[in-house]
Each structure stands twice: as C-alpha cells, then as structure tokens.
Design a protein around this ligand. Structure first.
Ligand SMILES: [Zn+2]
Ligand SMILES: [Zn+2]
Length: 277
C-alpha cells in the first residue's frame, strides 16, 4: 500500500531551468504539501556537446546546481532535496557519464535517449511529435520503423554498458506515440527480441530502471515506461525500480503513483547508493 511500503519521493522532475513550467522552489513546496520525504531535480542536460538551447550547458549547469543546493539547505528541516540531471546520450555528442558532469557533482544521473543516431549521421527526435517522428524515419531510416526502433534499443544498450550513471530513464520511450498514433506492433517478435536484449544489458550493468509515469500525465499513454511486458523481463533479471513521474509541473510530481506503488521491487531512496552521503 502506498505510504506503508514506499516512501514518497520522485527523482525525475523538470523546472524552468529546462522545459518545466514551475520553479524548483514551487516544486519543493508542492512536494512538502503532498507529504514527500524527498524530491530530486533532473534538468535536461547535454554535455559536452550541446544540441539544444533549453538544456543545461556549461555555466548554466553550475548556476542550476547552486540554486538547487541553496534550496536544499533552506528546506532541509522539511524535505530532502537532491540535485541530479537527466543526461542525454547522443553518440558522438552528449555522454551521460559522471566524468562529464564533474563541475556540478550531481547527486545522481538519469541516462536517457531522446535522439536516435541514423546511419547517415543525423539525429531523429524520439518524442517531439508523431509527425516529426514519421518524417525522421522516412528521411533517415528509409521508412523502416523496425530499423529505427532497433537502432534506438542498440543505443540504449550502448548507453547502459558504456557510461557511469545511475537510473535508466524511460527505456522504451519509442512507445510514446504508439497508443494515439500506432506505428508498430509491440507484440511483434523483433520488438520482443529488442526488449530481451536490452533487459539483459541493463541487468548486466547493475543500473536501476525508473518506472516513469510522464506519458500518463501528458495524456500520451495509459501505462508507464517501461511497459508491463518490459517490466516483467527486467524483474525476472533482478533489476530494481524507482518510481518517477518525469514531472514538468509542480502538480504532476506524483501523477499516477497510486497505480504503481505495490507491484514492483522498489528501491527505497535511503538505500539508493548515489544518495548515501
Ligand atoms: Zn526524458
Ligand atoms: Zn525527463
């Protein structure tokens, strides 16, 4: 049951430092009101190579960390506040690795793939819009959805295997548009094969996977990332989960948490190694 088995916490939140709507302080106040024990901030970050204007870049990253740490002290008697990043993996560009973010020493790092590198060297955005995605697949993957999705999962596996970070972010983000604008069959053998290979790589890496309710709060899916089938594969391999909402507003920090609280092997943040200091 919620509140008995789990401590209320969320480590995947976005604020006005990137594409979130509310300030970190507004998110902290919302977390206190909702009875959270801990709240972690995970601003989008792309270092060393910056591809976008709304993610943390050198200079901005340090100012972000300073503000979160100032707020952590200010609210220390009410809630634990952690400073993390959601770091992109873009092959040949951004790396979600502790060494890349040394200047801000994040309390934890979420590693995420939002851009899939195509054979022609361009990057296709996974979660911008169904129209942009299909255009990207048409232009850079010769129209092959299977080739695009296999490349996405290959990039996920490269990421979890090669970099030092803590939480695997929304590992099947390719499903985002598949309820409202279906473009592949999640039961097809080639898709299951990718899930199995990726679950193996994640288990091997020892990393934690987030159960991310962000697509529910934004109305894209009626299920979390990873899907139930993917969660089963991960659980069978001993992978542990942490519940996150990928909130882009102060109010969405516990969106749909009540639907997932008792079904998984949750990591209690007190036992979450990166935060033990
Ligand atoms: Zn993300
Ligand atoms: Zn996010």
């Amino acid at each position: 049951m919620y509140g008995k088995k789990m401590i209320k916490a969320n480590f995947h939140t976005h604020t006005t430092w990137c594409d979130g709507k509310d300030t970190p302080e507004a998110v902290i106040q919302s977390a206190i009101k909702k009875g959270f024990s801990a709240i972690g901030f995970s601003s989008h970050a792309m270092l060393p190579e910056n591809l976008l204007d709304w993610v943390l870049v050198p200079g901005k990253a340090e100012a972000y960390a300073d503000e979160i740490r100032f707020l952590a002290k200010k609210y220390s008697d009410k809630i634990k506040v952690y400073c993390g990043v959601e770091a992109d993996y873009v092959p040949g560009g951004a790396t979600p690795d502790r060494s890349t973010y040394i200047s801000i020493k994040p309390d934890y790092i979420i590693g995420s793939v939002h851009f899939v590198k195509a054979p022609d060297g361009s990057s296709v955005a996974v979660d911008l819009s169904p129209e942009d995605l299909l255009k990207g697949i048409e232009e850079h993957f010769s129209g092959s959805v299977e080739a695009y999705i296999r490349s996405y999962f290959a990039q996920e596996r490269e990421m979890v295997t090669n970099f030092d970070f803590d939480i695997v972010g929304h590992p099947d983000l390719v499903r985002k548009f598949n309820l409202k604008s279906p473009y592949f069959d999640e039961n097809s053998p080639w898709y299951i094969e990718e899930l199995v290979k990726t679950a193996d790589a994640i288990a091997e890496s020892g990393k934690i996977v987030e159960v991310n309710t962000g697509a529910i709060s934004r109305g894209w899916l009626d299920d979390a990332y990873p899907s139930l089938a993917f969660r089963d594969l991960l659980r069978e391999r001993g992978v542990k989960f942490i519940l996150n909402s990928d909130a882009h507003t102060a109010d969405a920090i516990d969106c749909a948490f009540d639907r997932f609280n008792s079904s998984e092997e949750w990591i209690n943040f007190h036992n979450f190694a990166p935060l033990k200091h």
